[in-house]
Design a protein around this ligand. Structure first.
Ligand code: GLN
Length: 493
């Protein structure tokens, strides 16, 4: 019973709850049972909210019962009773928010992030906060001050990062869906490593109010699910203008409807030559080409394209992201919230708090960023990086004149071993080489599973679209998932 309930899609959960095939309490229980069994091996969560989840399940069951009596199920909120998890970089009122860091101490935010609030108002139940690289700086969830998360497909490997806890929780069926954030790949890369569907929306599409800032010109909030259809369901609710986030955009969010006919006739799919380079794991390249063939069989036209400035994305990102991070993280000084370490005067309190509170990767970023912004170097580093960023953005503008979407790998390789890159920051940074450009250009990207390598580790394909074309990305992902079943494979039964 437990496994049956936790492996359902969100739509199946919705239907089962509405017809009374199972209660919300049973659904929540089944997920906590998985957590109890698997969490010691996976460590997906930093905080669990069992009591509030069960309380909410009781309310949901009452509403479901009344609706069944009155035959008014169609008026129930869309996500009523669906268990979700939230990356611990995003606030949920009344739950600890650590950002994977010691520096926030036992801070409990008094407000819920807008996008999460919209899900909660649609009936979703937040059952916990998931592990993350410290302040989302990393690609493996190993920089978390609370220890790493382990990949459910192979627990000697990383789940990806920084939303690794969210990915592991969904892959291990501890929740139906999880919210993550993506500054340079942190939704898409863990989705790929854990065999999931993950969406990084257009910059400004989903409110970031309540998402702790990392690189403000790059940050976005997205979701990790087991199918494109589930991701679309959540995205639709989360997206749209929010007066609390000055960068959120006033663009209509068209409702996404799926046809059951996987027809991609007329769709132009671009294959950028710069994303098929030396050093990609051969299995990854083979599976991406096979997936592109599948799109072609469904009617898509495949077009070879070039994004000539791709090679600059990595250095540009690793100037801009740390620069913005160094400014954003200046607020953690022991004064208003979180940790306070003090033995002397004010300056000493600042430096001891920050020295004790931040881990080594965050310190590295703050130093890099502060240097890039310092007077005398600003133009040469940050200013120059911004100019090259414009060229990267223009590459996309040009490409989208001739294609509708761009297909490529999410990552050069499948999930690596725990500890494999911890002594080599550059090797870690290279993990993001295919995901960073979408953040620099502000365009949306989706990742979904397209096969396995020889160790049976999932491989993800990425599709990048024009701004505000998330609907098209979901549509293609769903079409692909109609004719394949990689998204239905689970690592732990
Ligand atoms: N791995 C990248 C970094 O460390 C991206 C992280 C993210 O998207 N939050 O900056």
């Amino acid at each position: 019973m437990t496994n049956e309930l936790t492996s359902l899609s969100i739509r199946q959960m919705q239907q089962g709850l509405r017809v009374g095939a199972f209660s919300c309490r049973e659904l929540i229980e089944a997920h906590f049972q998985r957590i109890q069994n698997l969490e010691p091996r996976i460590h997906a969560f930093i905080t669990l909210a069992e009591k509030s989840a069960f309380n909410q399940s009781e309310d949901a069951d009452k509403r479901l019962k009344t609706a069944r009596k009155q035959n008014s199920q169609s008026n129930l909120p869309t996500l009523l009773g669906i268990p979700i998890a939230v990356k611990d970089l995003i606030t949920v009122a009344g739950m600890h928010c650590t950002c994977g860091s010691k520096v926030l101490g036992d801070w409990v935010p008094p407000f819920t992030a807008t996008a999460v609030l919209r899900l909660v108002e649609a009936g979703a139940i937040v059952i916990g906060k998931t592990n993350t690289d410290e302040f989302a700086m990393g690609s493996s969830t190993e920089t978390s001050a609370f220890g790493p998360t382990f990949n459910p497909w192979d627990t000697s490997r990383v789940p990806g990062g920084s939303s690794g806890g969210s990915a592991a929780a969904v892959a291990a069926q501890m929740v139906a869906a999880a919210i993550g954030s993506d500054t340079g790949g942190s939704v898409r890369q863990p989705a790929a490593f854990c065999g999931l569907t993950g969406i990084k929306p257009t910059y400004g599409r989903v409110s970031r109010y309540g998402l702790v800032a990392y690189g403000s010109s790059l940050d976005s909030m997205g979701v990790l699910t087991r199918s494109a259809e589930d991701a679309a369901l959540l995205f639709e609710i989360m997206a749209g203008l929010d007066p609390f986030d000055a960068t959120s955009l006033d663009q209509p969010v068209p409702s996404i409807t799926f046809s059951n006919k996987p027809d991609l006739k007329g769709l132009r799919v671009g294959i950028p030559k710069e994303y098929f380079i030396n050093g990609i794991q051969p299995d990854v390249e083979t599976r991406i080409h096979a997936a592109v063939n599948t799109l072609q069989e469904m009617g898509a036209d495949i077009v070879k394209i070039s994004l000539p400035h791709t090679e600059y994305a990595l250095p540009v990102y690793y100037l801009i992201a740390p620069a913005e991070a160094s400014a954003n993280l200046a607020r953690y000084d022991g004064v208003r919230l979180g940790l306070r370490e003090s033995s002397g005067g004010l300056l000493e309190m600042y430096s001891t708090t920050r020295g004790e509170g931040f881990g080594p990767e965050v310190k590295r970023r703050i130093m890099l960023g502060t240097y890039a912004l310092s007077s005398g170097y600003y133009d040469a580093y940050y200013g120059q990086a911004q100019k090259v960023r414009t060229l990267i953005k223009r590459d996309f503008d040009e490409a989208f004149k001739v294609v509708d979407v761009i297909a490529c790998p999410v990552t050069p390789s499948t999930a690596f071993k725990i500890g494999e890159h911890t002594d080599d920051p550059l090797a870690m940074y290279l993990e993001d080489v295919f995901t960073l450009p979408a953040n620099l250009a502000g365009v949306p990207g989706i990742a979904f599973p397209v096969g396995y390598d020889s160790n049976h580790l999932p491989i993800g394909m990425q599709l990048m679209g024009q701004p505000f074309q998330e609907g098209m990305l979901f549509h293609i992902g769903h079409a692909y998932q109609q004719v394949t079943n990689y998204h239905l494979q689970f690592p732990i039964h």
